[in-house]
Design a protein around this ligand. Sequence first.
Ligand code: COA
Length: 472
Amino acid sequence: MAKKKPKQAKAKAAAKKPARKAAKPAAAKKANGNGLPKPSSKPYGQAGRALDGLRILDFTHVQSGPTCTQLLAYMGADVIKVERPGAGDITRGQLRDVPNADSLYFTMLNGSKRSITIDSKHPKGMDILNRLIKTCDVLVENFAPGALDRMGLTWDYVHKLNPRMIVASVKGFGPGPYEDCKVYENVAQCAGGAASTTGFREGPPLVTGAQIGDSGTGLHLALGIVSALFQRNRTGRGQKVLCAMQDGVLNLARVKLRDQQRIEKGPLTEYSQYGEGVPFGKAVPRAGNDSGGGQPGWILKCRGWESDPDAYVYFITQAPVWQAICDVIGEPTWKTDPNYATPKARLPHLKKIFARIEDWTMTKTKFEVMEICNAVDIPVGPILSMKEIAEEPSLRKTGTVVEVDHPIRGKYLSVGNPIKLSDSISEVKRSPLLGEHTDEVLKDVLGFKANEIAEIKNSGALSAPKKEDKAA
Ligand code: COA
């Protein structure tokens, strides 16, 4: 512990200190002693947005990277998406539903961003990128392994230009035997352990509709970026952030790695396979609709299931509400019957129990089941179709589903910010047209004058290489 200086010595030391600089920045003047500014007196939601002032050089394409930068844009970052002239992000034209309009694949992943077209393989294009690197805080990319380096934008190069720059990448795999592979969503779901544990025991491995490989990794990357920004406040320097899709999927499938270690010690008693007397193998099996936790659950038919593919409910036989379940389904004797009264006693009978509960759920709609069960704290979840989600008023109200207007395609739905901050209100803007903000970025961000912009345009750095250039 440092010794306390006597009063006189303190005074002498103070006299030796150089005179304070005249003016202090406003934020520092308001500092509270802990380095933070005084709490804002503005009403919540009116003190700007969480990432205001942050500028991102967005080199992402397809889904994983764009999910990350869209989220950061929702949080207030100025995201400048660099796209290849003439073509842009390949998803602009993929799965098109409206002729000549950017696809929903693109529009739903690139809201609230600006778009500039730059040919990174043109010398003048590289000049502009260099300037952007100097002015941005984060470079985000998800090119195939080595593509950024081939552009000349190696970590050493970028870091020399801007030591504060954070360079964030999504790759399919981390360092190792597969590091050079190109990877898409389902490859990651398979390589991350999710597919081998999804589906029914007697069927093949299954991928899930939730994009845990792409959007899941984008989310991981966003957390890596804000953490690196926080550390930069102390160190003053940027760092590399790498999220491998295999790692991201495994992180989301960690309960299955838990089960892999348990299976070596004995059967997984909460899997219905155990109750059915089917022996376990060496690896975690597919568990159908078994719950991933300690409370048995299953998907059950509801009224109308014969014609409505989504007339189902997920029903959890949570131990503390077993008595209520027995009452609701009309089996009060199961409360005390030794075959059903305790969670352990129930395990070998789960199939029979769920069949009995289903006899009851089939007499109700999924929403009636929800209403009756929620009233007595039985956890259930209706299987909501995407149609029902799109039309759900409460999701519109919270901004989780938003309607955006686009000059070419018209109105479309997007998923807003699923993370709600009470003092940083997300604004979801439509996705940009290809190169829509090229002039704006050159002028406002990089300070080019009109004649310089015209010169850059004439150089061909912002337009697609002509056919004869390509052929050469
Ligand atoms: N100007 C000029 N060239 C540009 C450019 C620009 N503005 N933007 C991109 N390019 C070029 C790159 O330099 C690269 O060229 P090169 O291969 O000659 O070096 C090329 O476009 C991009 O290539 P790549 O990333 O390989 O695209 P792809 O369509 O062949 O592969 C993926 C797509 C998704 C498979 C691949 O990018 C990948 O594996 N990414 C990492 C994992 C990932 O994110 N996957 C999920 C996607 S949702």
